[in-house]
Design a protein around this ligand. Sequence first.
Ligand code: HEM
Length: 221
Amino acid sequence: MKGNSYLTRKIHSLLGVVPLALFLVNHAITNYSAFEGGPEGFNDSVEMLNGLPLIYFLEIFGIFLPLIFHGVYGLYVAYQSNWNNSRFQYGRNWAFTVQRLTGVITFVFVVWHVYQTRYQVLIGELTHEQLGNQMHEIFTNPVSVVLYTIGVLAAVFHFANGMWSFLVSWGITVGPRAQRISSYIWMGVFVIVSALFLLSIAAFRGDEFAETSAAVRTWIG
Ligand code: HEM
């Protein structure tokens, strides 16, 4: 039983990096194309991704199954763990707690967000070309902007701090010096990836993403 749980935890940890961390960074860059290239730049990125060979296979095995396993098992770990855990040296305890908290926030956020985006394409309510308008509609509602900002910051913190812990637990950053340098690097990554997402929210609010939205929207209040 112990051995099983060790292996499950290792798989959980590895899936957090490959493919989920890779997905998150790629997703931030794709969305940032809305800031840099406007509707055209964003549509080109969406088209390019959806034109990849075996895209459904990649989505199922590269995003959704790892996400469900990492999320559901992560919730189980968060539920089981002692929230005042003291297994880390002073200064890392808060990060350990926030890692669990941001995991739960990210899980709820992702379910809501996928419902608003990918699921609407799946059931035929939206086409890929209408996703820019869809994001515009979502971000013209200030409550959604606040909830997305919280969701994005939680997801990116969970990713960056998770990478720091991953490198420790897989024996890659062993000594205190390596761990200190690693924490500066991941703090920098947190700032950059958060900025990419937040700039894309600002871009989607722009009028250029509204042009065809009146004709497109039916299902969101
Ligand atoms: C500014 C913030 C964000 C924006 C504008 C955004 C936008 C989008 C869009 C437009 C799609 C549909 C893509 C398609 O069907 O081609 C999507 C899908 C998705 N997003 Fe986000 N997203 C944001 C943040 C996040 C965050 C923080 C996560 C956390 C993990 C996330 C997870 C996902 C997932 C899992 C999918 C489904 C993936 C797929 O099948 O393509 N998103 N997002």
